[in-house]
Structures are given as C-alpha cells and as structure tokens.
Ligand binder design. Structure first.
Ligand code: SAH
Length: 215
C-alpha cells in the first residue's frame, strides 16, 4: 500500500495509536477508540497530509500548531470524560482535539481567539457532521460563564498562572487540565472538591502562550 492509501483507509491512525500512544502509557479504551476514529489527516494543511501522523506538533497556520498525538491522548485521558459530560475547551486551533472531545462527551464548548482558525475549525467539524459542539471566537481566559458548570475543562495554550474564572466554572468533581508556565511549562490537573481544589503538577510540555487577559 502507498502512504496515501494507508491514510485513506485509516491505517495511519491505527499505527499512530498503537505505536505512539497505547505502547506508551495511555490505557483508557474510550480515548484510544476516539483517536482511532477521528481523521487527524483532515485537520492538518493539505501539504502536511502525509505528515499527519508524525509524532510531534505540526503548523496549522497563523503561527499556531496542532498538538502532538501523544499529548492530545495524555491530556484527554486526564480529563476522565464520561458520556454525559459537558466540556469546555480553550484554544480550538484546527479543531482536532475538539473532535476527540466531541466523541467522548455529551457537549463541547470551544473558544478560539484567532477568528480565521475558529472559522476554519467550525467548517471542518460541521462538515464532518459533529452537532454537539458550540463555537465561540474570543479570549477564553474568562471561560464561558453562560454555559457553566463544566465537568471537564481543557486549555491547549499556556498561561503564566491558572485563570481563576476557569476554576470557578468547574462543577463539583470537575477536572481542569492545563499547561502552566512561561519558559518551563508543566501540565496541571486541578480537581474541584466543593470549594477546595486539588492541584497536581505533571509532565513538562511546550505550548504556545495563552494570549489576551491571562498573559
Ligand atoms: N488544540 C489545538 C491546539 C492549538 S494551539 C489543536 O490541536 O489544534 C493553541 C491555540 O490556542 C491556538 O489556536 C491559539 O490561537 C489559541 N489561543 C491562544 N490564546 C487564547 C485565548 N486567550 N483564548 C482562546 N484561544 C487562545
């Protein structure tokens, strides 16, 4: 088979999940199934189709990137999304992570600050038939107050500090997964317990900065 045929019949995705994700430390079967299903190749620029399953980030235009497949899986697993959950995503980008979330949750609200990316993601995802995603163009650091509370919140750009509004919009037991820091960043998972928040610092990562109010 040629590379292109493999991509068309989903073989590229199967290999991506097996080699880069399942054989590392991601075991959540729902996350693995969602990543086998979502056609990652349709979210990258046409000239990058062959590189869609590369084990690293890729440019998506406007100076932004689509995250490495492993990082998408890692952050999604930490969110522990249930079928009935309502999810907020800050940093829609190309919409790939959004699609993975939409496979797992009841409803996804997603916010992107760059209008061109927000519009393109909406077009891609609507064209694929997703009907459980709400889009907003703007600064996500204030969250989406009209739609709170959320069972899970994921941020895919890094602020220096966790925006307080995002913690406030978590439901009881809700999970916030977010890269935090300027030069050195770590993924944090924050879990709401009543008015208390458990905060775990996890792996070191490199994301684009969260721009706008929370810089
Ligand atoms: N999950 C995306 C990651 C894109 S990179 C994907 O896999 O494609 C991070 C995105 O966050 C960029 O598109 C950037 O424009 C966006 N972003 C940065 N600051 C933001 C803010 N304050 N509010 C909303 N989106 C923001």
């Amino acid at each position: 088979m040629t590379g292109d045929q493999r991509i068309e019949n989903g073989g590229g995705r199967e290999e991506m999940v097996r080699i880069q994700i399942a054989s590392r430390d991601i075991a959540d079967v729902r996350v693995l199934a969602a990543m086998r299903k979502v056609p990652r190749e349709l979210f990258v620029r046409p000239e990058d189709h062959r590189a869609a399953f590369y084990d690293g980030p890729l440019p998506i235009g406007c100076g932004q990137t689509i995250s490495q497949p492993y990082i998408v899986a890692y952050m999604t697993e930490l969110l522990k999304i249930g079928e009935g959950d309502r999810v907020l995503e800050i940093g829609t980008g190309c919409g790939y992570q959004t699609a993975v979330l939409a496979e797992l949750a009841d409803r996804v609200h997603t916010i992107e600050i760059i209008p061109e990316l927000s519009d393109r993601a909406r077009e891609t995802l609507t064209g694929m038939g997703y009907s459980n995603i709400e889009f907003r163009t703007g600064d996500g650091s204030e969250g989406w107050p009209e739609a709170e509370p959320f069972d899970a919140i994921i941020v895919t750009a890094a602020p220096g500090q966790v925006p307080p509004a995002l913690k406030a919009q978590l439901a009881g037991g809700g999970r916030l997964v977010i890269p935090v820091g300027t030069s050195t960043q770590y993924i944090h998972r924050i879990v709401r317990r009543g008015e208390e928040f458990d905060d775990e610092g996890l792996i070191a990562v490199r994301f684009v900065p969260l721009t706008g109010g929370a810089e």
